[in-house]
Design a protein around this ligand. Structure first.
Ligand code: PEP
Ligand code: MG
Length: 325
């Protein structure tokens, strides 16, 4: 199997009916980097910057962050890298940051909320990213955004840092793109405003599903009870993909389901053309893509999702399609 997947590395990620699926890598540590070139990924769709902070014993300085990001960009060898700003809080704890007691940390003072309230930390990270990507393309995305205004506030921080760099005659990125992770359901009702504001989005289906179904992603007792391949969640994901396309806003999905062949197959059928996943998932997902007739699956799945009654068991439907095709 492994050898078989390795042989796929340089093969195009295109379905049998000619639809291109961009498969990217999720990464966060320097040890992940060789995989960027070895896996045949078209880029890094999610770089979890908090991992550098989580393995450190104190806050990494601006120069340390900058050199880390430079190494990431170097390893990516010109492929696009999407850096997510610090997503701490919730399940991601920094040992050296005074622990805040919260009843519901996943819904607490985390990610962009923390970033906007502690602008010094966000500013330092943005500055490090802008320095590291001097002369190159830079993509930054913000986690746990629940209102479009938070994106505008974060964008202002970036603009101020960019102006600071220019004032001091520092080289700046050649191209800068700012995006948002869709992982809070409230964004589903602000899609037009969102797509008009951002350069791209990435669906963080782990958190989106957690909040969509009110099911703690780390609690095995309840997590196994709900399947992301449900009519309701597939409808939500489809809405995002379709509205993004209507606005011409690039959309990818970077949660765990992107790395599971059956789920990835469903995502392709509901309109996703970019998926980001762990290195070990790339081979199996690419093998699925190359065997898939996505037009055929869409033609069968979408009308069923449109039915008032939905699909009682989408997973069984997908499995039977995969077996028959
Ligand atoms: C997600 O929430 O789907 C995601 C990709 O981010 P993380 O798993 O790091 O929260
Ligand atoms: Mg998340």
């Amino acid at each position: 199997r492994q050898a078989q997947y390795r042989r796929l590395r340089n093969k195009p990620s295109v379905t049998r009916d000619g639809v291109e699926m961009a498969l990217q890598l999720n990464a966060g540590l320097l040890v992940d980097l060789p995989a960027v070139s070895e896996s045949g990924a078209s880029g890094v769709g999610l770089f979890r910057t908090e991992l550098q902070f989580m393995v450190a014993s104190s806050f990494p300085r601006m120069s340390e962050q900058k050199s880390y990001y430079e190494q990431v960009l170097e390893a990516a060898g010109g492929r696009p890298v999407t850096f997510r700003t610090l997503d701490i809080g919730g399940d991601k704890v920094l040992p050296y940051l005074r622990a805040i007691q919260e009843e519901n940390p996943a819904m607490g003072w985390r990610a962009i909320r923390f970033g906007l309230d502690r602008p010094g930390i966000l500013r330092t990270q943005i500055r490090a990213l802008l320095h590291a990507a001097a002369g190159r393309e830079l993509k930054i995305m913000f986690p746990m955004v629940s209102e479009v205004s938070e994106f505008h506030a974060a964008k202002d921080v970036v603009k101020r840092e960019l102006a600071h760099l220019r004032r001091h005659n520092h080289p700046t990125p050649e191209r800068l793109q700012l995006g948002v992770m869709i992982e809070v359901p409230s964004l589903l009702y602000q899609l037009d405003e969102l797509f008009m504001a951002v350069d791209f989005v990435s669906v963080g289906s782990n958190d989106l599903f957690q909040f969509f179904n009110a099911v703690d992603r780390g609690n095995t007792r309840v997590a196994a009870r709900f399947d992301p391949m449900s009519t309701a969640f597939l409808r939500a994901l489809r809405t995002i993909a379709e509205r993004a396309r209507a606005h011409g806003t690039p959309v990818t999905l970077c949660g765990e389901i992107a790395g599971r062949p059956l789920e990835a197959m469903a995502l392709a059928a509901i309109g996703y053309r970019g998926l980001s996943m762990s290195a070990s998932a790339l081979g199996p997902v690419k093998a699925m893509v190359r065997a898939l007739d996505v037009g055929r699956l869409s033609a069968r799945l979408l009308p069923r999702l449109d039915q008032e009654s939905g699909l009682s068991d989408p997973r069984a439907f997908l499995r039977s399609f995969a077996e028959d095709n």
